[in-house]
Each structure stands twice: as C-alpha cells, then as structure tokens.
Write a protein that binds this ligand. Structure first.
Ligand SMILES: *[C@@H]1O[C@H](CO)[C@@H](O)[C@H](O)[C@H]1NC(C)=O
Ligand SMILES: *[C@@H]1O[C@H](CO)[C@@H](O)[C@H](O)[C@H]1NC(C)=O
Ligand SMILES: *[C@@H]1O[C@H](CO)[C@@H](O)[C@H](O)[C@H]1NC(C)=O
Ligand SMILES: *[C@@H]1O[C@H](CO)[C@@H](O)[C@H](O)[C@H]1NC(C)=O
Length: 187
C-alpha cells in the first residue's frame, strides 16, 4: 500500500514539474527579430519638371535574414515606400512570402511615381538640387505584417517597421553604389 502511494505521489510530482518546465520554456522562448538590408536601389524614367511634377520608377531589392533558429516567418503583406523629406514619393505592395528558420528571403519592389506633384516648397527645392547634382538621397521604409510560427507550439502576429537610410542613387548610372543597413522595430 505504502509503496503504491509513493509511486502515485512520485508520478504527480513528476507531472507538475514537467508542466512547470513546459510553462517556463514557453514564457522564456523569445522570437528573434529578422535583420534587413537594402541590397540594391535603382531609378528609371526619372523626370522632375519645372512645375515640380515627378516621374520615377524605383527598384529596390531588400534582403531579410530570419535569425531565429526555430520560428518560420510568414510575411502576409509588405509595403515598401520611398520617403523624401518626410513625405512618401512612391510605394509598392508585395507578398505573401515565407522565410523558414535561419533562411534569407529577397524581395524586389517597384515603387512608382507618376506625375506626383511636389507641393512642399522646401522639398521641391531639395529634389531640384539633387536632380541638378545628379544624385538622389532618400529613405526606404518597409512595413510588414508577419506571423511567427513553430509547428504545434506557438504562433504570434507582429508588425515590423523597417527603415533604411541613407539610400543614394546616381541619376547618371541610375543605380546605388552600395547596400544600406536597415533598422527594425517589432510591435
Ligand atoms: C519631362 O517632362 C516634360 C513635361 O511633361 C517633358 O517636356 C520632357 O520632355 C520630359 N523629359 C524627359 C527626359 O522625359
Ligand atoms: C510621366 O509619365 C506619364 C506616363 O508615362 C506621362 O504621361 C507623363 O507625361 C509623365 N510626366 C512627366 C512629368 O514626365
Ligand atoms: C545643393 O547641392 C549641393 C551639391 O550637392 C550641396 O553642396 C548644397 O548644400 C545643396 N544645397 C541645398 C540648399 O540643399
Ligand atoms: C494572424 O495571421 C493569420 C494569417 O497568417 C491570420 O489568419 C490571422 O487573422 C491573424 N491574426 C490576427 C489577430 O491578426
């Protein structure tokens, strides 16, 4: 009788400790934020008229590395914007993509400006100056709605806010000469 009670007691203790261990593992498990870089940027069909209307077709190649050893990341929707002086010049919407754990994904966006009127005079002056100097400087912002998931274990949706700056494109070659590292916020 006593031996049987001891065994039952042992099993219950084992189950409780096991449950606590799983709970701690669950709570301590932190999903790592992926890293981003802008590998390449280019512009075509560029025209900034005397009355401040802009045409430009940007091509931006963004690389993301999923540093997490367990979670896969589903990118549900990605919005890539070209920012200048605090305004959006052009944007493009992409997705969905999946980045398995430890993997890189590369996506190419083509934010396009067609007859965009630049009404802000300070910004128009800056863009005019850069057009004369044949070098555009801007910021690329990426917003991504993502879902982290480990099979049968855990999943969570996040928004990633990615900022890549400065991005410099020579209007003569139509390309950037170097890649740009990006900052990432997750919330
Ligand atoms: C730019 O736009 C203006 C006005 O629409 C046009 O006259 C000019 O030819 C265009 N320049 C280029 C390089 O496309
Ligand atoms: C921009 O492109 C559109 C379509 O290609 C064209 O009709 C328009 O004249 C262009 N505007 C400028 C400022 O070049
Ligand atoms: C205009 O561009 C030149 C050469 O890129 C730069 O040295 C100058 O500071 C710029 N001026 C303004 C007002 O941004
Ligand atoms: C999380 O993402 C999935 C698709 O990946 C979607 O079906 C679900 O509605 C999202 N949940 C929330 C709370 O947004």
């Amino acid at each position: 009788m006593a031996a049987k009670a001891t065994i039952i007691c042992f099993i219950i203790t084992f189950l409780i400790l096991g449950g606590i261990a799983v709970l701690i593992a669950w709570l301590a498990d932190k999903m790592k934020t992926p890293t981003f870089s802008l590998d390449q940027a280019a512009v075509e069909d560029y025209n900034f008229t005397a009355d401040n209307r802009l045409n430009a077709t940007f091509t931006v190649v963004v690389r993301s590395h999923n540093r997490d050893p367990k979670y896969k990341i589903d990118y549900r929707v990605i919005v890539v914007s070209v920012y200048h002086s605090g305004y959006t010049l052009a944007y493009d919407t992409l997705g969905p993509y999946t980045a398995p754990h430890g993997a890189d994904i590369i996506f190419t966006a083509q934010p396009t400006a067609r007859n965009v009127m630049i009404a802000n005079s300070g910004m128009a002056r800056d863009v005019r100056n850069e057009t004369r100097a044949r070098e555009l400087g801007f910021e690329v912002r990426v917003r991504a709605a993502v879902r982290y998931e480990v099979k049968r274990w855990k999943h969570k949706n996040y928004t990633l806010r990615i900022t890549c700056t400065p991005v410099l494109i020579s209007l003569s070659s139509g390309k950037s000469s170097q890649s740009t590292k990006c900052d990432v916020d997750r919330y």
